[in-house]
Design a protein around this ligand. Structure first.
Ligand code: C2E
Ligand code: CA
Ligand code: CA
Ligand code: CA
Length: 278
């Protein structure tokens, strides 16, 4: 795998050293962060391009570090993955996301919630059993929770992943393939999986209107996804023209800074109450 080859080419560079210290620092402190509730969730809406309603929201984790401030997930998710901390991290995120979902429900905000999960979370049934128990405990309806899984998580061990995803799907979770197009899977492989949604990676969306290749990829992905009975989400929409193009292609859901950036829960509520979307 190309990802792993990187290690073979490491040359001494003081910059790498600095990164190594930084990583060690983050690794040691991440455990504390999870235990001491230094993590926080931001929420980014998904807009239905059929009804122009905000029907879903994605939970995105941040680390509110006491000295370093708000640390973005790209700086610590890979560390958590490499240091066996994804079980603890995803459980924290899942619990927090479900609590927010319940709080919104009781305030009359009916919105489904999406949670990002990692490869480690579908290697066995430990995390699935946790999220299933929360669903039962809170009597959540089917499809209240979407679980977003990247292609890579599935490619690593397709057989096991298929088994665990089937288990989650049969337990009433909606499954979504995240970052579609950046991994190694093909739609033929995805056909084997019990997924209901495909998220086109933002790298294909960002320059969509200027790039004919991206248009061809996006159009054919939407068409094939629909033929397979999947709904399509486009992420990384930064302008109205791109949104309209995707709408004209039959894409069901849209996400991106043009609609809203990820926001803390109370800012998201304020945004929702004054937005033109319902
Ligand atoms: P993702 O799941 O693909 O999430 C989308 C990322 O794109 C988010 O970055 C979001 O802020 C950003 N984004 C959304 N709209 C736009 C746009 O219009 N333009 C641009 N340039 N960017 C946009 P964020 O929140 O920094 O998250 C980065 C990645 O970290 C996520 O990518 C996801 O892979 C991972 N991540 C975040 N939260 C969690 C989590 O709770 N668990 C796991 N396992 N991974 C997470
Ligand atoms: Ca995602
Ligand atoms: Ca994505
Ligand atoms: Ca991504």
């Amino acid at each position: 795998r190309a990802k792993n080859n990187k290690k073979a080419f490491q040359i001494y560079d003081p910059i790498f050293d600095q990164n190594a210290i930084e990583r060690l620092f983050l690794t040691n402190n991440l455990r504390t962060a999870i235990e001491q509730n230094q993590l926080t969730l931001f929420f980014q809406p998904k807009l239905s391009l059929k009804t122009m309603e905000i029907s879903h929201v994605e939970a995105l984790v941040r680390w509110q570090h006491p000295e370093k401030g708000l640390i973005p997930p790209d700086s610590f998710i890979s560390i958590a993955e490499k240091t066996g901390q994804m079980d603890a991290l995803t459980r924290w995120v899942t619990n927090a996301a479900i609590n927010q979902y319940l709080a919104w429900q009781s305030n009359g905000i009916h919105i489904n919630i999406a949670i990002n999960i990692s490869a480690e979370n579908i290697l066995d049934k430990s995390y699935p059993d946790y999220v299933i128990s929360l669903k039962q405990q809170h009597q959540l309806t089917d499809c209240a929770i979407t679980l977003e899984v990247t292609e890579d998580a599935v490619v690593d061990d397709p057989e096991k992943a298929t088994e665990v995803l089937n288990y989650l799907n049969q337990s009433g979770f909606k499954l979504s393939i995240d970052d579609y197009g950046t991994g190694y899977s093909s739609l033929a492989q995805l056909k084997q999986l019990p997924v209901q949604e495909l998220k086109i990676d933002r790298s294909f969306v960002q320059h969509l209107l200027d790039n004919e290749n991206d248009q061809i990829i996006v159009k054919s992905t939407i068409e094939l996804a629909h033929n397979m009975g999947l709904s399509v989400v486009a992420e990384g929409i930064e302008d109205e023209a791109t949104l309209l193009f995707l709408q004209s292609q039959g894409c069901e859901l849209a996400q991106g800074y043009f609609i809203s950036k990820p926001l803390p829960a109370h800012e998201f509520e304020a945004w929702l109450s004054q937005s033109n979307y319902k």
